[in-house]
Design a protein around this ligand. Structure first.
Ligand code: HEC
Length: 145
């Protein structure tokens, strides 16, 4: 019985391993889009919390999710694969774009750490704008299709 389970697992790993080792361009683009969608969902929840529609109890968890998604997003462009809704300017102005990305990751990390320390909703709201420069970046670097 055990052996059968291991054999199945080994077979599954053998099938997925080559894909994991070499993602093609389409996969790289989809990956960064999924990371961005995570940001969209999590910031929508922050909006619901700030407006009072849902209780603030889970604010630290959602702030942490945003910090992680921002970190993942920042890294997801390092492969420099053109396509998706990414404008060519991302690659021609890479120094500016990657600085914006790392500032974004740092600001959301601060946001999450502040939430973890038990900051009030008021304190959190005051650092929110800085932590979420979504539109500023999209205006320059994203071409919505
Ligand atoms: C420093 C730049 C930058 C920041 C900051 C940024 N984005 Fe993006 N975002 C992009 C780029 C570039 C794309 C296009 C990705 C692609 O399709 O290749 C994108 C795409 C998206 C998409 C579309 C994903 C899809 O399904 O195609 C959403 C949604 C999104 N971003 C939400 C957010 C939210 C919410 C934030 C802030 C919390 C944010 N982004 C912050 C650069 C940024």
């Amino acid at each position: 019985m055990r052996h059968a389970v291991y054999a199945t697992l080994a077979a599954a790993l053998a099938v997925t391993a080559p894909f994991a080792a070499r993602a093609d361009d389409k996969d790289v683009i989809e990956y960064r889009q999924h990371a961005m969608k995570t940001l969209q969902e999590q910031t929508a929840i922050i909006g619901e919390i700030v407006s009072g529609a849902v209780p603030a109890d889970n604010l630290p968890a959602h702030a942490e999710a945003i910090a992680l998604a921002a970190q993942i997003s920042a890294k997801s462009f390092d492969a420099k694969i053109p396509g998706g809704e990414t404008k060519p300017e991302v690659w021609t102005k890479w120094a500016d774009f990657s600085k914006r990305m790392s500032d974004f990751a740092a600001a959301t990390r601060l946001f999450a750490d502040t939430a973890k320390k038990g900051a009030s909703l008021g304190e959190m709201t005051s650092i929110l704008t800085q932590a979420l420069p979504c539109k500023e970046c999209h205006d320059i670097y994203r071409q919505e299709k």
